[in-house]
Design a protein around this ligand. Sequence first.
Ligand code: UT7
Length: 339
Amino acid sequence: MVEPLSTTRGVLFRGSGSATPSRSISNAELGQRVQTSDEWIRSRTGIAARRVVNSDESLAELSGLAAERALEMAGWSADSIDLILLATSTPDDLFGSAPRLQARLGATNAAAFDLTAACSGFLFAVVTAAQYLRSGAMRRILVVGADQLSRWVNWDDRRSCVLFGDAAGAVVMEASENGQDDLDGFLLRSDGSRGEVLQLPQVSQRKPLVGDASHQCGGFDPIQMNGQEVYKFAVREVPAILEKLLAQHGVAADSLDWLLLHQANQRILDAVADRFSVPTKKVLSNLAHYGNTSAATIPVMLDEAVRSGSIQPGHRIASSGFGAGLSWGAALFRWSGPA
Ligand code: UT7
């Protein structure tokens, strides 16, 4: 387990942005592809539709739009950013897509790299960014969570294809100079021994190279998921890690303004809320419109709640991400808002 170090500088959350593909695919439309029904999908997951990147769109474009909107909210120019972290499991380029985002934004003073932790990726990236800010190494960081899982979904597997969609979300974070610290704490966990329950594995096919040597082919097989095991993992580990984090910081669940969980399944959101007796109106959910967009779910939901005025500066938020790896984590923070 990674525990936070003692800190010298505070962390502020200054702006958010998001972007989703234009094409929405309803449950009924999916029913034209696989044997399923709107009733089954809604009752088991809470999902009514998902967005899928169309031929004239791309993950790079969605990430760029989300980032530009976050910068605009903060009132920052792109060249004031020191670092860009792109949390994604579905980059346009396996060598990394963050530098392309850096170029698109004109963030000429920023280093940029990808970070992969599946559906926990955004939360892991926020915590990573906080370390650079706290250490004094960086002053302004852009964190983007973006995924185009539609590339890797088996669209003929009704047990998994109904869950996923594409999106990008972003936040911009700043080191505080005046002692204000809006990141109260975090916990991060990984358990690779259970990784096979949700994976996007490299293709297993090998081809002859020279002599008795062979090489593995490039590429990946579609997503493989044991839904019931992932479900059990989520409803066990997410409440446990949140409970530990709240206890560490002496925060009572009823003092939270919002519960901001990875949007995987409405039943998982409800089970976690139930465990903490958090009323439904404090549990942020946009699953119905987008499904599970992996690293993008938390920043897209955050951005929608900030822009609708639900989340206000000073509101206290408990967040948890979880998914493939297996990986999971939790963070306790306050929305700072623009300076
Ligand atoms: O970021 C993390 C990503 N992953 C997750 O969040 C997945 C977590 N797991 C889940 O959300 C749930 O396990 C699912 C929604 C994926 C599945 O729900 P379930 O209640 O666990 O269903 P099940 O897999 O036990 O399947 C029950 C039945 C099966 O039929 P039989 O074998 O009992 O006749 C399935 O074949 O439902 C059938 N089924 C479907 N029927 C209609 C499975 N998928 C579908 C479907 N439409 N799309």
